[in-house]
Write a protein that binds this ligand. Sequence first.
Ligand code: PLP
Length: 403
Amino acid sequence: MPGTGTSTDTPSPLVTGSPGLDAASLESVPLFDLRVTEDDLQAVADTLRSGWLSSGARTQAFEEAFAAQLGARHAVAVSSCTAALHLAYLAAGVGPGDEVIVPSYTFTATANAILYCGATPVFADVIGLDDPSIDPLEVERRITPRTKAVAAVHFGGYAAPVDDLAKLCEDHRLALIEDAAHAPSATLHGRKLGTFGLAGAFSLFSNKVLSVGEGGLLATDSDAVASMARRLRSHAMTLTSWDKHQGARGSYDVPALGFNYRIDEPRSALALSRLRRLEEEIARRRDLTLRYRAHLSDIAGLSVPFADAAVETSSCYVMAILLNDPGARDAVRLRLRENHGVQTSIFYPPIHLFSAYRARFPDLSLPRTEDISNREITIPLFSHMTTSQQDRVIQAIGYEVRQ
Ligand SMILES: *Cc1c(COP(=O)(O)O)cnc(C)c1O
């Protein structure tokens, strides 16, 4: 291997004290990596030459393709999943004085968008270390006359119990909103996640499964929710610039308070191009995840959430490991990076412990959420990860976690 420092008189600082690793470990393994194909580049270049860059025909084509792939009546493309969540909560009628029950073990946007509506997030604990989804029993305990909606997050692309939650919501006349940011094309009982409630919110953020950079999507079977989302994403105007570009005449009214939550054409073109590879990329993620699970199960000192069987229906967005000793977590992450070049992350620090939320909910404690969050390390996973990269991660974890 030329240029990788195999000469014995120049030992690499990266491999010092790390038996079993060779010079290939000089190259670090990123948590996530993004590849853009020639087709992707061509789709964006064609768009840039088309003479129309805001939302338009390509956005519509992407929406139609996404809705068809999901099996939903409508998909409304927006500027982010956060925007989709905000619109979904508004469509559920969430406003000042209302409560929305939400997990704390998720990205902060799931709860932030409730605050954007002037409503109160009510945090519910997760099921446990094997399944970090929101616990339907905890949700039920927190329902009050002010509850308007329940938000479920499909952590890592694995289905939250949205079948049970949909039933619970129906019984209590609440809206179910799915934060499906991790879960494009994942299923539960053969049905796509993001289609179990009033609306599902998807993300096109740079490191997500269907990544574009910035962007999101609201999926719904409700004509009313879709048309509300379409209006509110563009200032609630009765006529948009795209309508006028296509020949619509006259002035417009603004009958409600809207936003600029539009996506633009280059992003939609890139999303549409990448959507064509989604299934094959997820299939590769599943293979890598099963391989991780098979090898990591031999390592004492850690466990892996979810069952092997759940991998087949997951979009496998992230690979989480849970250390038996939470006190070792920060040191293990540091050694993985410093000694092995393995990048890791934490999914997630609980929202209720962030200072902005601590100020609002100073006494709130969610023992299972805090426990899993303290043990969790997210390790590298992306569809074009090689088995040799994966072997290096497995070896590094085996070495550092056993210590
Ligand atoms: C990434 C993410 C979001 C926000 O997505 P954006 O498109 O960046 O706004 C929301 N919820 C979860 C669970 C996420 O992981």
